[in-house]
Ligand binder design. Structure first.
Ligand SMILES: [Zn+2]
Length: 104
């Protein structure tokens, strides 16, 4: 995780349905909330991989408008953000590296 710690979020805000992130290297990322939710890295959404490389996913959740609406965002240490969605889903922790990738 040492490489991930180099980049930090200076601040972020939600503008309409876009998450806008300002990074400490002077760059900005624009991530549509729909993309953010669809890329949720939690075990239920993206699956867990066993030693044989088989991915096990939870039962796909039926997504509604609420699934793509943010209630709030929590800071996770100094390495990630955790969105809390209106449908109460909050298991996905987006490390900064992932957020950076999603914004490209
Ligand atoms: Zn998830």
């Amino acid at each position: 995780m040492s490489a991930d710690l180099k980049i930090q979020v200076l601040n972020y805000e939600i503008v309409n349905d876009i998450l806008l992130i300002k990074w400490d290297d002077g760059t900005e990322s624009f991530i549509p909330l729909k993309k953010l939710r669809d890329e949720c890295p939690c075990a239920n959404c993206s699956g867990e991989t066993d030693v044989f490389g088989t991915v096990y996913k939870g039962i796909p959740q039926l997504k509604t408008q609420k699934s793509y609406t943010l209630k709030r965002i929590e800071n996770v240490g100094n390495y990630g953000l955790r969105p809390v969605w209106q449908d109460k889903h909050d298991a996905g922790i987006f490390v900064f590296k992932l957020l950076k990738e999603l914004g490209e």
